[in-house]
Design a binder for this molecule. Structure first.
Ligand code: HEC
Ligand code: HEC
Ligand code: HEC
Ligand code: HEC
Ligand code: HEC
Length: 244
């Protein structure tokens, strides 16, 4: 408020604070994308530099969404932090935001960063438990995927409440790699509609295309996971979901 008054008194442009909940998803996500979605191979990185969160002053953009998918996901790209897996899935931590907008949930519905993260304290969840594979996080997913609220166990083939039965387990596996310090650290992909594909692992190996099943069942082979996915989910799903 004082900054607002100061600017007014000095006749300078006023910095507005916008209510993210009232912004459309492109504008709301741009606030976080600016730092968490580097896409630094873009020819148009200047757009990130002049970006202002919230309402723009005249001539300034505050919606970066038209740039969100400008950089192609080149399979096997090895550029640091924006690496891509051999199967074309986002891999580097710099692709965190990109992974989210690749998900059908973002493309076809309204999902926002602050659905799960407290925007004023990035160490905290927006709701207790929502950042873990838990009942709360399942409720977030089934809020839109209502059919799976009742059919969860039939869908997951894992005992309810146990690892392997939560939406995050299979659809947000830890396939984003953090800084290459020699030790492989991972965090969850934000492509929340990603589908485990042991078939791709058979093609590219776990180094080229890890899948959620084999990440947990590390003592088993990709073929073992592929056989179960085929048995449980059928022929089509055993194929690559990206059609590679
Ligand atoms: C000005 C740049 C910037 C913006 C804008 C920004 N972040 Fe961050 N964020 C960072 C940096 C740098 C870190 C790593 C340092 C840290 O852990 O605090 C970080 C860390 C995080 C973390 C991980 C915290 C942890 O250690 O567990 C989350 C979650 C996060 N940000 C979410 C968001 C969300 C959601 C938004 C949009 C509402 C957002 N950030 C906007 C720069 C930014
Ligand atoms: C705001 C609504 C919304 C939320 C929340 C949401 N989704 Fe979605 N999701 C959609 C829509 C819309 C689609 C596309 C139509 C469909 O398949 O139902 C979709 C598609 C999917 C697909 C299918 C992808 C494909 O290629 O067929 C999966 C898997 C998925 N979501 C998983 C999740 C998981 C896991 C969560 C929680 C982390 C989640 N969704 C949260 C709206 C949402
Ligand atoms: C469906 C819930 C959900 C949404 C929506 C979501 N996140 Fe996350 N995010 C998670 C989970 C789960 C983790 C992993 C937390 C953990 O392992 O402790 C995470 C981790 C992170 C981290 C930490 C990465 C690291 O270094 O370990 C950052 C940064 C982050 N999210 C930013 C964002 C941004 C930016 C958006 C919007 C583009 C976003 N998240 C949207 C669930 C979500
Ligand atoms: C054990 C792994 C696993 C768990 C846990 C899991 N899924 Fe799935 N899910 C899959 C697989 C594999 C497919 C692909 C099947 C297909 O295409 O028919 C899939 C497909 C989907 C689809 C798209 C097809 C459809 O049935 O509508 C949605 C949406 C979805 N899952 C949402 C969820 C939600 C929400 C949860 C949590 C309640 C969840 N999944 C938990 C493995 C899992
Ligand atoms: C978050 C970890 C996790 C994920 C992801 C996961 N599982 Fe499981 N799975 C478990 C646990 C825990 C059990 C029960 C303990 C056991 O028997 O190993 C189990 C049990 C099983 C079983 C029966 C026990 C056995 O070893 O024969 C099969 C088969 C199985 N999972 C296959 C899959 C497949 C296929 C996927 C991917 C669609 C998958 N799991 C994803 C953790 C996971």
């Amino acid at each position: 408020m004082s900054a607002f008054l100061n600017s007014k008194l000095r006749g300078e442009p006023v910095a507005y604070v916008a209510n993210a909940r009232k912004l459309d998803k492109g504008r709301a996500m741009s606030v976080c994308a600016r730092c968490h979605g580097s896409d630094i191979l873009l020819g148009s990185t200047d757009i990130y530099r002049i970006y202002e969160p919230g309402r723009s002053r005249e001539g300034r953009t505050n919606d970066l969404s038209e740039y969100f998918q400008q950089t192609p996901l080149e399979p096997g790209r090895s550029f640091p932090t924006v690496e891509v897996w051999a199967d074309g899935e986002p891999k580097g931590i710099g692709m965190l935001f990109r992974s989210m907008i690749e998900s059908r949930c973002y493309q076809e519905a309204e999902v926002r960063c602050f659905d799960c993260h407290n925007p004023h304290d990035n160490k905290q969840p927006s709701e207790p438990g929502i950042l873990q594979a838990s009942k709360t996080s399942n409720q977030y997913c089934t809020g839109c995927h209502e059919n799976l609220m009742v059919e969860a166990e039939f869908h997951t083939h894992h005992e309810s409440g146990e690892p392997g039965s939560f939406c995050y387990d299979c659809h947000m596996p830890k396939t984003l790699t953090k800084l290459a310090t020699g030790v492989l650290e991972t965090t969850r992909t934000h492509k929340m509609s990603s589908i485990p594909s042991p078939a791709n692992t058979l093609r590219y190996g776990m180094d080229g295309s890890p899948n959620a099943c084999t990440l947990c069942h590390s003592e088993e082979t990709a073929q073992w996971s592929a056989d179960y996915v085929q048995e449980w989910f059928g022929e089509i799903s055993a194929q690559s979901p990206r059609g590679l």
